[in-house]
Each structure stands twice: as structure tokens, then as C-alpha cells.
Design a protein around this ligand. Structure first.
Ligand code: FES
Length: 299
């Protein structure tokens, strides 16, 4: 039995798990089995995304280090193993400091495994709701033009919906909220322009998906923009917009986590970061609105 402790800046605390040595499991397999967010991609020693630092808690002990040529070569290319460490591993069975988790088998010894985490994602993204699972299951993105088609449609639908809501509020005499929805429509148009710019950068003609591709036939940022009530306050409007942005975040998060193509995952992560910023911005506005309302009450 071995204690394996995982430690990373992307985890709120270190996590120790018990591993049965000899069952030929890798460190990556162990991490996945315990939902440790250890980055990985190829799972075959080719990409380097599962790089970890391994600290042997009983000191530098001889322990039958088995490193494939592939692992040694990739670590060397990454500048994470020295010639001396390679020699030490080959001749003296001394483990090097860095390993690829997908290539490193669990041994009968206690170790500390440190990793950086996926720095391409926000360290602390918005909490995921049930919508993430819905979009994960409902949308299968296979090509870049398909994915960017989804993205363009998400942003375009949000803009159109905000514009419709602004017009409805204006007609109902709620000028304050109409102005706010107009502003949000403007921001959605900017997000749409960013999505279209990504199409240009990736030399892609977006392929718009049919409405039936979406759960309940509605794009994520539109689904919860239920704010058609003429008595809606600015605070209510902001909260409705926040729900939409959260769903947008969850859609991109699901694609980033499930798409098989590495380039699609990379572009989806760009959207994840942007949507996380939109969510944060709306949360700030909501706090400001609530503070203003509290001040009005106490004035
Ligand atoms: S996941 Fe690619 S090298 Fe380990």
C-alpha cells in the first residue's frame, strides 16, 4: 500500500490517496480515479501535459525506476531531466525529479506528486450548474467550423435576445431596464465580433448548427433570459443576464473538457476564460446595484 499525496495550486488542499502497488496503475490513472485535476492529453507519453514533480518521502531510495525511452526523450526536450538523472535512473535505479504521470507506475512507497495544473483555464472558474452536463451530453462538437458555428450562434442569439428585451421594456415604459438591456446587447455584439475574429484567425467558415442541436432548441445564453416582465428591476435584469452568461461559460467549459480535437479544446478554453470574465463582471455589477439599493433604503 502506498500513500500518494497530490499537491497543486489549482487544488484548495493537498489530497492523499491510497494506491495498491503492483496493480500496474499509473500516477495519471490514480489521479483520474480520484478526480484529481491533473492535466493530461495524449495519455501516451507524447505531449508532456501530465508533467509532475515526484518527491520520494522516504528519501532518494533505489526503487526499480522503469522509464521508457519516450519518457526520457520528452522530459529531455522539456528541459526537465538532466543527463546525470538519466544515467542515475538507468544505472542506479534512482528516480529523477520529474516524471510524466501517464508513464509513471505507482510503487510501494509514499510519494508527494506536485503539478502546476492547467494554467490555460481560470484558477477559480464560476461554479458549474446542472447545465454543464446538459450541454456536455447535448452537443457533440467534432470539427473547428462546427464548434465556431456553435460559438457564433451562442453570441448572436444572446445579442438578438437582449435587443428584443430592450425593445419590449421600452414599449412597456420601463426605460431604465430597457437602457440596461441595450447595453448588454452591445456587449453581446462585441462578444459576437470576438467569436467571428476567432473564425478568421482559425481560417474557418462557421457552420451554424440547426436549432435542434441545442437542448430545448435554445442556445445556452438565451435559455434563461426569461426577463420579459415589464416590472423587472435593473437588479432582476442583471441577474437574468448572469444566468445566461453562466450557461455560456458552462457550454464552453463542457466543450473544452470533452472535445477530442486538441485545437478545438484550446479555442474552447479561450472562450472559457472570456466567459469567466463576463460572469465576474456581471457579479460586480450586481454587487454594486445591491449596494446602491441598500444605500437608498438607509438614506
Ligand atoms: S498525457 Fe501526454 S505525456 Fe502524459
Amino acid at each position: 500500500m502506498a500513500n500518494v499525496t497530490f499537491s497543486s495550486p489549482v487544488m484548495s488542499r493537498d489530497v492523499t490517496v491510497y494506491a495498491v502497488a503492483g496493480d500496474r496503475g499509473t500516477l495519471l490513472g490514480l489521479a483520474k480515479a480520484h478526480n484529481i485535476p491533473l492535466p493530461h492529453d495524449c495519455q501516451d507519453g507524447d505531449c508532456g501535459s501530465c508533467l509532475v514533480e515526484v518527491v520520494h518521502l522516504a528519501g532518494r531510495v533505489r526503487n526499480g525506476v522503469a522509464m521508457t525511452e519516450k519518457e526520457k526523450e520528452l522530459l529531455r526536450q522539456l528541459g526537465k531531466i538532466t543527463r546525470e538523472e538519466i544515467m542515475d535512473a538507468e544505472v542506479n535505479d534512482m528516480p529523477p525529479r520529474h516524471r510524466l504521470a501517464c508513464q509513471c507506475f505507482v510503487r510501494d512507497e509514499d510519494i508527494l506528486v506536485r503539478f502546476e495544473g492547467d494554467m490555460t483555464l481560470p484558477a477559480q472558474g464560476p461554479a458549474l450548474s446542472i447545465a454543464a452536463a446538459v450541454y456536455k451530453g447535448g452537443v457533440r462538437v467534432k470539427t473547428m467550423d462546427e464548434f465556431l458555428g456553435y460559438a457564433v450562434q451562442v453570441e448572436e442569439d444572446a445579442a438578438i435576445h437582449f435587443e428584443e428585451l430592450a425593445a419590449a421594456m421600452q414599449a412597456a415604459g420601463n426605460a431604465d431596464v430597457a437602457t440596461l438591456f441595450g447595453q448588454l446587447a452591445g456587449y453581446s455584439r462585441l462578444h459576437l465580433a470576438e467569436a467571428q475574429a476567432k473564425c478568421t484567425r482559425n481560417a474557418v467558415t462557421p457552420k451554424l448548427p440547426p436549432k435542434s442541436a441545442w437542448p430545448e432548441n435554445a442556445t445556452p445564453e438565451k435559455t434563461t433570459l426569461w426577463a420579459g416582465d415589464a416590472r423587472l428591476t435593473r437588479l432582476g435584469a442583471l441577474k437574468a443576464a448572469l444566468q445566461g452568461e453562466r450557461r455560456g461559460y458552462e457550454f464552453y467549459f463542457a466543450v473544452a473538457g470533452t472535445a477530442k480535437d486538441a485545437e478545438i479544446r484550446a479555442v474552447a478554453k479561450e472562450f472559457v476564460r472570456e466567459e469567466a470574465e463576463h460572469v465576474e463582471k456581471l457579479k460586480q455589477w450586481i454587487e454594486q446595484e445591491e449596494a446602491a439599493l441598500r444605500n437608498e433604503v438607509t438614506a
